[in-house]
Design a protein around this ligand. Structure first.
Ligand SMILES: Nc1ncnc2c1ncn2[C@@H]1O[C@H](COP(=O)(O)OP(=O)(O)OP(=O)(O)O)[C@@H](O)[C@H]1O
Ligand SMILES: [Mg+2]
Length: 473
């Protein structure tokens, strides 16, 4: 019936509107047939009246059907997650308006809930991703439901939905996971090893999630990289070994000379003077080593504290020049200061900045070419060159460069100069005294100030250390 489909006002085609109109008028048609049968009405009149009733039904039903169709389209659009302008709907029936209003209220309730959930998920993911240790969530069959960035960078980017035993190649680990999944234990802790991507020693904590969490995840695995911790431990023990070795050497020398003085050189006045001079040198060395070790540990302690105070670089440079003038004249050298105009005061720990400048100038005098000049230049820069290992301060800065003439330092050695106890072999061979800690101390102080230290060396220009310190902290 009514197979043709009108496209009037976007009226939907398969609406069964015509059938409803006909069905509604059937009882009236019966009445008219009866009236014609008992001759109370002429057939013409009955047909005209019946036609007018059909017209009346059409006029009554059309707006209702049309409005219901609009409401249906509205719900379908919302369900598909698209936007629909409900103001564009022309609804005259009170019921249709009430339905649309109820739908609007329900829709805004659920979209608010969805927004909250979405925001929560985003922030949860961000928190998990910001953790330095790998975290993995698994379902009851051992499939990976989620993994943070650290886990993905350790085990591969596409580990989601894979079974945990395909991802982690360690029987001990897999057994511990299955004990937790079978609820034989609430949590498991173990140390295990993986060979790929690199050989690593790891510690895992596998924990059942409480049943209240209701989600798909039933267990969480957190992993700690013990290789890193072992490296730090090794660095610390190397440091202690180095420090004790550095102290033991002069002690052995002093003790050797004391023994000689007590025995063979007992009555040799010339030897005694010579030995005492060496012993004095060794004790000086020991006290500077202890002083440097102490200042290194002090700097490390307040490494994360923002430096306070102001430093006037012009004054600090004059202080350093005076303090080292004797040393300079001993080697026939001169410290020249080239200072740009209007160097601002910087926000810094003045004593520490002085220590850095003094360490660098002291090196330049010790290792630079005798009878040459050491040039200390101070100038303003727009920014600090970036560092590979930490974030330097932004904004204007002041640079202080210390140059000395002398042979070129090879790039391999240049890269190691700030390592603790590292000294160039040629300087050890020349018996130039030093603890190998001055530049390590300088590096730590500059790091605390979020500045930078660069070094360049050429056979023509000699060696130049440049420190950059921000004007504002
Ligand atoms: N200006 C320089 N020219 C050539 N070599 C340098 C220069 N500055 C440092 N070095 C090399 O770098 C090494 C490390 O320097 P650093 O200042 O850390 O220790 P040090 O001078 O040996 O000891 P300390 O500073 O405690 O007296 C030095 O031993 C030296 O070999
Ligand atoms: Mg030094």
């Amino acid at each position: 019936m009514f197979k043709y489909k009108p496209k009037f006002l976007n009226f939907e085609k398969n609406s069964r509107f015509a059938e409803r109109v006909i069905f509604l008028s059937i009882p009236t048609a019966m009445v008219f047939i009866l009236l014609v049968a008992v001759q109370l009405m002429t057939p013409i009149m009955a047909i005209v009246s019946y036609a007018s009733i059909i017209v009346f039904n059409v006029i009554l039903l059309f707006p209702m059907t049309f409005e219901m169709q609009q409401v249906k389209k509205y719900i379908e659009t919302l369900a598909a997650g698209k936007d629909f302008d409900d103001k564009a709907m022309k609804l005259s029936e009170n019921e249709s308006q009430a339905i649309v209003q109820a739908i609007n209220t329900m829709h805004s309730f659920w979209s608010h809930k969805t927004d909250v959930l979405e925001a929560q998920t985003i922030s949860d993911t961000a928190v998990l991703d910001s953790l330095p240790d790998p975290i993995i969530m698994i379902d009851r069959t051992g499939n990976i439901l989620g993994a943070n960035i650290s886990a993905r960078s350790l085990f591969g980017n596409n580990i989601a939905n894979k079974s945990i035993d395909k991802v982690v190649n360690s029987n001990n680990f897999i057994e511990a996971v299955s004990r937790v999944l079978k609820k034989e234990s609430q949590s498991e802790n173990l140390i295990f090893y993986i060979q790929k991507p690199v050989q690593q020693k790891l510690y895992a904590h596998i924990k059942q999630l409480p049943w209240m969490s209701k989600g798909l995840a039933v267990a969480v695995i957190s992993i700690y990289d013990l290789t890193k911790a072992m490296k730090i431990e090794k660095m610390q023990s190397d440091f202690v070994a180095n420090a004790s070795h550095e102290l033991r050497t002069p002690l052995a020398i002093i003790s050797g000379f004391i023994e000689t003085l007590q025995t063979t050189a007992h009555d040799d006045a010339e030897a005694r003077d010579n030995f005492l001079k060496i012993m004095k040198e060794q004790t000086d060395y020991m006290s500077s080593l202890i002083e440097n070790l102490l200042s290194l540990s002090k700097i490390e302690l307040n490494q994360d504290q923002k430096p306070e105070g102001k430093a006037n670089l012009g004054k600090l440079l004059q202080d350093v020049k005076e303090a080292l003038s004797m040393k300079a004249s001993e080697r026939g050298m001169e410290i020249k200061i080239l200072q740009e105009k209007n160097i601002p005061e910087i926000e810094a720990d003045a004593a520490q900045v002085r220590q850095v400048i003094q360490n660098l100038t002291d090196n330049a005098l010790k290792y630079g070419l005798a009878q040459s000049d050491v040039t200390v230049s101070v100038y303003k820069t727009e920014s600090i060159p970036p560092s590979k290992s930490y974030k330097v301060a932004e904004g204007k800065a002041v640079a202080i460069s210390v140059n000395n003439k002398g042979p070129k330092i090879s790039p391999e050695n240049l890269a190691r100069l700030t390592e603790r106890f590292f000294r160039l072999q040629e300087h050890k061979d020349l018996n130039i005294k030093g603890t190998g800690l001055g530049l390590a101390i300088a590096k730590h102080i500059i790091l605390r100030h979020r500045g930078n230290l660069t070094v360049s060396s050429t056979s023509y220009n000699g060696t130049t250390f440049t420190i950059y310190l921000p004007v504002h902290q």
